[in-house]
Design a protein around this ligand. Structure first.
Ligand SMILES: [Zn+2]
Length: 282
């Protein structure tokens, strides 16, 4: 962990070339052992998309804006955002997933990396569980700043290293190069963005507003914030997860969850998302 900005980093970062090959071919297979998302993953992604749209509205981001989702995966968020009134499109490096999104939902998703995106002027850029996979967060911030129009919003969600509700099995993951917390993410974005909405009880969800004039360098968090993150790293473990993070009750909430997911087994991906859009509580 960096003692200045509280960012937690994997000891040996892979090279840019290794990362590029991994995300264009192997990543999804490693992750979920499938080339195309199963109905239950579409259902989960659809529910997550609805939650994110609620938060984006709560943050006061105007509806009807142009939206770019970076790391769009199977395209569920881009499709749900379109149904929710945004003019949405996405980019996704994985061939199979981006094709799936285009074929199943008819959404505009390009198969490419962040560095390939050239058309600026978006009202909103979203990145859900992507930044922690990227080796150059400072370049990502500069790039997103260029992609957004004046007054635009950057919506980020990443795993939160200070959360206590993540199973110790899932805290460290080989594809996660960096581990963020509220202070380190705000610091990482601070040269280009100002936070206007923060949720950090579970995953870290922050809506940033684009600064018209970028700063020459980042603003570091306070020493107290850095100390807090260091203490949270030491406290992590099975005891905390089971008794404070809700680990024990998760065993019981999983039963109705798998029941709901079982009901979508025979449905087409688009049908699943359309039904969720109409009845978000089902
Ligand atoms: Zn640092």
């Amino acid at each position: 962990m960096c003692g200045s900005c509280a960012l937690v980093q994997q000891a040996n970062l892979p090279t840019d070339e290794e990362l590029r090959i991994y995300y264009s071919h192997n990543y999804r297979e490693d992750y979920k052992s499938t080339h195309k998302p199963k109905p239950k993953y579409v259902y989960r992604a659809g529910r997550a998309a609805l939650d994110r749209l609620v938060r984006i509205r709560k943050a006061g981001v105007p509806q009807g804006e142009t939206l770019l989702d970076i790391g769009a995966g199977g395209g569920e968020f881009v499709y749900m955002a379109h149904k929710g009134g945004f003019v949405s499109q996405g980019v996704e490096p994985h061939q199979g997933y981006s094709e799936f999104a285009r074929d199943e939902y008819g959404v505009k998703i390009e198969t490419c990396q962040i560095s390939d995106i050239e058309h600026p002027g978006f009202g909103i850029v979203t990145m859900f569980h992507v930044l922690e996979h990227l080796a150059h967060p400072e370049q990502v911030m500069a790039k997103v700043h260029r992609l957004l129009k004046e007054g635009g919003h950057f919506v980020l969600e990443v795993p939160n290293i200070t959360q206590n509700d993540a199973s110790p099995h899932n805290i460290y993951f080989k594809a996660h190069l960096f581990y963020y917390s509220r202070p380190s993410l705000i610091a990482a974005a601070s040269a280009y963005f100002e936070p206007i909405y923060v949720e950090d009880t579970g995953n870290l969800f922050i809506v940033f507003k684009r600064k018209s004039n970028p700063l020459p360098s980042v603003l570091l968090p306070s020493a107290a914030d850095v100390k807090h993150v260091a203490r949270r790293l030491e406290e992590k473990g099975w005891g905390e997860y089971l008794f404070e993070g809700g680990g024990l009750t998760k065993i019981f909430t999983r039963i109705p969850k798998s029941f709901r997911e079982g009901k979508v087994k025979q449905m087409e991906p688009k049908q699943i998302l359309d039904q969720l859009h109409q009845q978000p509580d089902v």
